[in-house]
Design a protein around this ligand. Structure first.
Ligand code: HEM
Length: 478
């Protein structure tokens, strides 16, 4: 077979200029490259072949039909293994299959009545504390809410303090790990570089946090049938490399904590932004919520009765796909993708952001339009053109949980408050780290909806001092 390469940018400096551009302006870089070179792009970066695909049928070949010819991109594995060893997010082969099987029951629909109740409790407590009629750091508020949801649904605990320090650690880890992944190797962490001090601090905070969850559960002694309980019930010599169940529990918990909360928080930010901006969409969402729920809390069964809210969430995940940078693979053998023969060892990047904003699949792509996901339009959608949670065997394990959480939190938010951008808050830019966040955060103003019951206010959140320390941690800041 002939190795035919797609077109792509050339870089006489071994790819260093391209990597620099990707790190500085990841999203613009890929959109411009797609415009100039098309749906399949080739480039040579630091001695390695990189193929990037932005066409639904090529993407389905990589992620679904020929998934067996690929593993995760090894820089993703090397970088993330520093924090969660060999979790389900990075394991491969038989080890990965076993881990998915072990964790699957925690993500099955059978759990969803229980999870719905836990999400409602977490959301109510978070939302009731939000200050009104003042600019609110909405990203912080949503992070606090989604951290609480992961704690309740996966770890059987809850947020008992401000999460500002954990959020900061996640933000730094997300930024540093994304940047490290673009480089061919990781420099030792002991080097006296400013980024390394931040990284050591972030890892210490996150390790302390997850370890404290495990220690607490061990101390409680009572068996529980949830995600963490399943892991802690394994015999001590089970797990990756026979390292024991605490190590396995730590790795899996860290992976699910990282994969599960900031993606969801960011989605809630973008959904709230879209609703604050688009009065027509907001009115329709409010009508549906008021008709179906009135003032009662949503349940799992209600999810099927809120089709327009569902469309809004899907459109949010199209336009602002929060995990767009993580879908990358390495070819383990020569493999034909479309008309291209991708050689063994090549890196393959899947550009969900580009596909989701391509007018061939989504006309007038920058317009926020939930009608793209009504029943009829969904049936006509090109297969492989919409995949915020990935596709194929490695599809996100928390996809249904995340969708339910976003819908419930939005419903509870809108039952109580109307939203508007804070004075001076312009259209937020897109900041690409491991998740796609609003650059500079997002300031919104909440106002109580007329005729809604007064809410019990505890300590207001979202107006926290950035230096606020979280009492469960001992790690000093850099
Ligand atoms: C809006 C929210 C979320 C988005 C957009 C999202 C997206 C993704 C994406 C794109 C992947 C990678 C797929 C691939 O490599 O092909 C992934 C993997 C994963 N996600 Fe999510 N995710 C979200 C929420 C969650 C939640 C709430 C959890 C758990 C509580 C979770 C757990 C996982 C796990 C365990 C994996 C690894 C699956 C594997 O490698 O087999 N995610 N997610």
């Amino acid at each position: 077979m002939k190795y035919q390469r797609p077109p792509g940018p050339r870089d006489r400096r071994f790819g260093f200029s391209i990597v620099g551009e990707m790190r500085r302006r990841y999203l613009d870089f890929w959109q411009e490259t797609h415009r100039s070179h098309g749906d399949a792009v080739y480039m040579r970066l630091m001695g390695r072949d990189l193929y990037a695909f932005a066409h639904p049928s090529l993407i389905r070949e990589v992620l679904v039909e020929k998934a067996k010819s690929f593993v995760r991109y090894e820089r993703f594995i090397e970088v993330h293994a520093q924090l969660h060893g060999r979790s389900v997010l990075i394991a491969e082969g038989e080890e990965w299959r076993q881990q998915r099987r072990l964790l699957q029951p925690s993500f099955s629909n059978k759990q969803f009545d229980l999870y719905a109740g836990q999400i409602v409790e977490a959301a109510r407590e978070s939302l009731e504390r939000l200050p009104t009629e003042v600019p609110l750091d909405f990203e912080h508020a949503m992070n606090m809410l989604t951290i609480d949801v992961v704690l309740r649904t996966m770890f059987g605990s809850r947020v008992e303090h401000d999460t500002a320090e954990i959020e900061k650690a996640v933000r730094w880890w997300s930024q540093i790990s994304f940047s490290e992944m673009a480089m061919p190797m990781t420099l030792p962490d002991w080097l006296p570089l400013p980024g390394k001090a931040k990284k050591r601090w972030a890892m210490a905070v996150l390790n302390d946090f997850i370890t404290s969850q495990i220690r607490r559960r061990r101390a409680e002694g009572a068996k529980q049938d949830d995600f963490l309980g399943t892991l802690l019930a394994l015999p001590a010599d089970e797990g990756a490399d026979g390292q024991g169940s605490d190590r396995l529990a730590r790795d899996q918990s860290m992976a699910v904590f990282l994969a599960g909360h900031s993606t969801t928080a960011t989605s809630l930010c973008w959904a709230a932004w879209a609703l604050a901006k688009h009065a027509d969409v907001r009115e329709r969402v409010l009508r549906e919520i008021d008709e179906v729920l009135g003032q009662r809390a949503p349940t799992f069964a209600d999810m099927a009765r809120l089709p327009y809210v569902d469309q809004v969430v899907k459109e949010t995940l199209r336009l602002y796909s929060p995990a767009t940078g993580v879908i990358a693979r390495r070819a383990t053998e020569d493999v034909q993708i479309g008309e291209w023969l991708v050689p063994k060892g090549s890196l393959v990047s899947i550009l969900s952001f580009v596909v989701h904003r391509d007018e061939r699949w989504f006309p007038d792509p920058l317009r926020f339009d939930p009608e793209r996901f009504n029943a009829e339009a969904s049936e006509q959608m090109t297969r492989g053109s919409y995949f915020p949670f990935g596709l194929g065997p490695r599809v996100c394990m928390g996809n249904n949980l995340a969708s339910m959480e976003i819908k419930m939190a939005l419903a509870l938010l809108l039952q109580r408050y109307s939203l508007s951008p804070a004075p001076g808050q312009g259209e937020p830019g897109l900041l690409m780290h491991t998740t796609m966040r609003p650059a500079g955060g997002m300031q919104l103003v909440l106002s109580k909806r007329a005729g809604r019951p007064d809410l019990q206010l505890a300590t207001p959140v979202g107006t926290h001092a950035p230096s606020g320390r979280c009492p469960v941690h001992t790690a000093p800041g850099p």
